[in-house]
Design a protein around this ligand. Sequence first.
Ligand SMILES: [Zn+2]
Length: 235
Amino acid sequence: MQVESTLFFETPEEIYARVFRVVNPRTIPPEIHVEFRRFANANSSIRLENGRIAVKITDLLAVAPAPILEALAYILLSKLYRKPIPQNFNHQYRLYLNRKDVRTSLHSLRLNRGRKFLSGAQGQCFNLDHLFEELNAKHFFGLMARPELGWSRRPSRTMLGHYDPSHHVIILSSILDRPAVPRLAVEYVMFHEMLHLKHPVDHRGVRRCVHTPEFRASEKKFPGFAEAKLLLKHL
Ligand SMILES: [Zn+2]
């Protein structure tokens, strides 16, 4: 006689309820709702609202194997309840995101969904095209192809510059586009982002190293490096 085998699939909600019991052994899991969303990145979020846990996961992970979803459940629930994130799950999840095929789909996701706001290079005080070409001539033998350049919509203090390889765009924070900001400070931020074009991101296993030792060494060659860093600190 053949025993009827039951293939047992856990729904994402069941995975979260099970992991919840490990993270919070003496608590009854609340209602949990898991939703895959069309994000333009690999972000996921968890929130406790009205006694209900709401999890939003990028649909990039909708095809991920169950152990990866489980690893993410450990990460998110540990974060929510301020418990240390188990290293093995963290590692497993990062490894997955760093897989070549996953990185490739993340890249095309960003391309297709990421909305890029571009203000144009001319700001109130600085022209990014001019700045770029000056630095290009001075430090890169004029050999660097100019990406699209623009100012951020919101004047961010925490993200002064950003290079987006998917769109080949450098965005500088509009907080820098003010008369009170010395040109040297803006030059330095642009120079930093230009180095991201020169030194592509290094993917080594788990770690995604954006500022490699070579990157840091080139950065220090910027004339007025220390002064510029100090200026930005007092911004
Ligand atoms: Zn950087």
